[in-house]
Design a protein around this ligand. Structure first.
Ligand code: SF4
Length: 81
């Protein structure tokens, strides 16, 4: 039986992959589409405590939460943030 990680973000376990997969995506977006750092951080703190988080993705919607949380129009599918 395979065990899966349910409590981590890509940033927590592989910085190089994080920079490649997430950092590049965010840097390509217009600044006006991005939240303030404190907003993104508080959203991700909620994701860290959520059972739907799986290796940086949300099992409820399939998104990379670090991208979703960084978007001004980003929403949690369960309305946790
Ligand atoms: S976006 Fe919402 S449902 Fe998905 S991991 Fe974060 S808090 Fe959980």
């Amino acid at each position: 039986m395979t065990k899966i990680c349910t409590r981590c973000l890509l940033a927590d376990f592989d910085r190089e992959k994080y920079e490649k997969l997430i950092g590049k995506s965010l840097s390509d977006l217009p600044p006006e589409d991005l939240t303030a750092d404190d907003v993104r951080s508080s959203r991700l703190d909620i994701c860290r405590g959520c059972g739907k988080l799986n290796q940086g993705t949300c099992l409820a919607c399939g998104c990379f939460v670090e991208i979703r949380a960084a978007l001004v129009r980003g929403r949690c599918p369960y309305k946790k943030w």
